[in-house]
Design a protein around this ligand. Sequence first.
Ligand code: NPG
Length: 372
Amino acid sequence: MRIETFRIHRLSIPLVRPFRTSFGTEHVRDVILVEAVDADGTSGWGECVTMSWPGYSYEYGDTAIDVMTHHLLPALAPVADSDDPHEVRAAMEVVAGHPMAKCAMSTAMLDVWLRGRGESLGEYLGAVRSEVDCGVSVGIPVTESIDALLDEVGSYVDQGYRRIKLKIQPGWDIAPVSAVRAAWPTIPLQTDANQAYQRSDARHLAELDQYDLLLHEQPLEQDDWYGHVLISRAVETPICMDESIHSLMSADSALEFGACSIINIKPGRVGGYLTAREIHDLSLERGAPVWAGGMLETGIGRAANVALAALPGFTLPGDTSASSRYYEVDVTEPFVLRDGTLPVPTHPGIGVDPIPEVLREMTVWSTELRLG
Ligand code: NPG
């Protein structure tokens, strides 16, 4: 492998419905795809999961492009011909933080490398399944109407999704959870607050224990480790962390301290698929379930996430929904739900490619970066 060029493609894709969380509402996905091009012309792909504004994370589209162009590109030049993905990850350590940008570039390189070896990402990571159970993440209806929520959840249940995740925030928690639980008494159900609560809300969150939930995701601020310990002690529903987990060390600390007992693994949040796999391995060793998070990815990021979700420790359904959950038209062949599952790609690398005409049509900006 010798990577000579990176291309950054920025796309604008309308979501099929607005996605509202406790940190804001997204109508159109600002998608960044990174293409690494080998000397022999092979392209590999990675998706940068940043949003268009720093709401979920300090990283956002503009910072990711800047970091990739001015900092990661020169850092990667010495390893452009490396046959060791770990060496590629190590080369990026000169840049502090910015895991989403790192994940996008290193995944594109990993994809080229795997294509050269004829090995799928699933095989490389250690997948043990050919299909993965899918859940769906349901935003807060823009109208805050329980009827609208029940309609949306009902359509996902009818499509076969195996678990429902409800976005919650203070003022939108007990009523939606109790309504969904009443309508579907046995469906696996969980919540995601995206850091919207405070330590003093522990008693309020404990009221949700009666609805037989799989977990509460990230109730408190990402830095509030002790607060998560307190909430974990005060509520019966298991606590899961998302935004707090940026590395293998933070996953280790979270489980050791009892800040959570379940981890949502997002490769973009932890800097790539190697670290995602290490967090999986650590959690499996500790007996802590993990599940695959989602960031409204196109088929490019989704393909890689589905491969990851096929590892043995991913025992809970992930936010790995079908293309139709997000987009009218995906940039790849669409991922279609079958009996509540998505198939793990088997072709070499991430196993999918953008459809050239769709990529062209949706691209609003692109650039080419030469290495070395
Ligand atoms: O299915 O891809 C999906 C969306 C799952 O809820 C989801 N993602 O907080 O986990 C999250 C949330 C998110 C989406 C966060 C986009 C940031 C960006």
